[in-house]
Design a protein around this ligand. Sequence first.
Ligand SMILES: Cc1cc2nc3c(=O)[nH]c(=O)nc-3n(C[C@H](O)[C@H](O)[C@H](O)COP(=O)(O)OP(=O)(O)OC[C@H]3O[C@@H](n4cnc5c(N)ncnc54)[C@H](O)[C@@H]3O)c2cc1C
Length: 359
Amino acid sequence: MGLAIAHQLARRGRAVQVLSRRRSEAAGFVAAGMLAPHAEGLSGDLLALGQASLERIPAWVAQIEADSGLSCGLRPCGIVVPFASAAERDVYPTAAWGEALNRAGLERELPGIGPGWDAGLLFRQDGQIDNRRQLMRALERACVELGVRFQEGVEVQELLRTGDGLQGVTVRNAEAELQTLTAGTAVLCSGAWSGALLPQLPVFPVKGQMLSLQGPREALQRVIFGPGTYLVPREDGLLVVGATSEREAGFTEGLTPFGQRQLQAGIAALLPEASQWPPMERWWGFRPCTPDEGPLLGAGPIAGLWLATGHHRNGVLLAAITAELLAEASCSEASAATQRWLQAFRWDRFNRSAAPGAG
Ligand SMILES: Cc1cc2nc3c(=O)[nH]c(=O)nc-3n(C[C@H](O)[C@H](O)[C@H](O)COP(=O)(O)OP(=O)(O)OC[C@H]3O[C@@H](n4cnc5c(N)ncnc54)[C@H](O)[C@@H]3O)c2cc1C
């Protein structure tokens, strides 16, 4: 989110500084890169936000590629969700947006699919982007080319206020020196850690473990989004496998045998031949989740402080629209449509609906 927003602000001619504690811990480098509002079975405002972002992604990627000179690895390959029965398929929340498949259709779209699946939904409009190897680097390069300044290894420790407004931040650098930076406008996009700076934000970590296998090139054309496990085939045959969803793990780092076994079982059920493919990498990270699993977007509790956090499972998908909304809003250019989105995803919507008499 930080990179995507910095990029859009820099394109609008703003002077931007990105403060980052540790780029390698960012979920942006962890994610599978699925662009999957339909395959994920989203609903309501979150589905609409995901669809709006999906529509923007080709133009957004083209901008990043033009500004950076690097490819982002966008692959509009379609995603198949397999089910044990047609009855399960037909009650999937986004079934109306997909193409219904029977067993023969599944075998056509996913040669080698395991025997436990009798039905499926093909979402041709969903896809993937190679966030780990391409998108994040291209975004960083695009930002640098547009004059964004980076401070890596710098932790924001405190938000400084003057009256009702933001005055700046206190940061601690890698040499443990404290420094005050003045800023009247800032965007808080510290992912799963956002609550550490503003405890009233209802953001908590949901750990996810991943692994990758090297498959034959073009062995699998479409993403398979199974229950609990998904398989994302990159152009060069690398198969990205995700992901556990561990709410109780908090910020506990590291792989676990249980999590890795869960992924192996998922691979065996979805695409048995892939169990023989050589493992390449294993990693984990923390999704920034909220009580309704939707992001927190727009004005924060301090004037001048904007929020872009809580994107949970869909932050790669939602980066395009988030960057647009936040850049417009923080530059006082919000259209009526932007204001409607920001209203739907305001940070204090939980407190409001919990308040007695709230509508
Ligand atoms: C296993 C897994 C699989 C996923 N798969 C997908 C997927 O297929 N599709 C999809 O759309 N989304 C996916 N996601 C979700 C997506 O990765 C996240 O929603 C998104 O990356 C969140 O972006 P962010 O910028 O809010 O947080 P992050 O990417 O986590 O970045 C937060 C940054 O803030 C920095 N930071 C934190 N606190 C401070 C501080 N005090 N001072 C300075 N810096 C600070 C951190 O160091 C970090 O670099 C997945 C996530 C995980 C974990």
